[in-house]
Design a protein around this ligand. Sequence first.
Ligand code: NCD
Ligand code: ZN
Length: 275
Amino acid sequence: MPDADKIFNAKNNLIFPGFIDVHTHMRDSTLEYKENFVTGTSAAVAGGFTTILDMPNTVPPITSVKELIHRKHTAKNTILCNMGFYCSPLSGKDIKELINEGAIGFKIYLHKPFEDQDLSNNNIMEIMLEIKKNNSILCVHAEDYSFSGNSESTSSNKAEVLAINKIINLVKQINCKIHFAHISTHEGLEIIKKHKNVLNISCEATPHHALLDKNDASDNFGYCEPKLKDKTDRESILKGIIDGSIDIVATDHAPHTIAEKKNLKKPGFPGLETT
Ligand code: NCD
Ligand code: ZN
């Protein structure tokens, strides 16, 4: 080891390596009024994160090489921690060139496809085939399309279950690497656990789904997607983190302005400093 400039006495403290957040919605660019690369990555570092993976639902979304290059370009010389960029493919044909441009992985939102994005089973299978061929990974926001726009729906456990089952059926045919983002239900976790030993799948959960349920934060400020669920769901998510059936704790850091939370019920809240 080289000599250090500064020596800290960490006696009686826990020492961790820099954390990696695999699920950050860093804003910047057209969403700079919520957060920019400097404030967002400052929050990351303050929370102990030294690497974050950025989600593609920016405005416009990162669905093309052009937008990926723009995102990387704006991040350059402004970010204060390492950053990887997820992309959302419009079709299988996009995969290779996005990887060549540095895409860290791919993400689809089953409940909210982007403009011109066809998330029929056929197109998802084509995307999976290309991802497998290029040894990358597909991260899935698993809430079924039939529940989209219906934030009051009381059956959103079913939305997660339907979506996970659909993806697992496709993975059984293609066997591409899948990562399930923010699992929030007891039933969803059970399905993933059942298939984990045979399929190449992993999953994450957020601190909010592990520690809060719908009774703790029922106003707009507590609204996120997937939304907070029942006490039994919360307990099984926490148990899954402890017993290792949930592979990763991720923040789903997704800040909005107070007015947007209050008046527009925008989903999500900051997570990098609280996780
Ligand atoms: C995310 C956002 O605002 O970007 N919101 C959220 O509640 N997690 C979008 C998303 O991940 O669905
Ligand atoms: Zn998210």
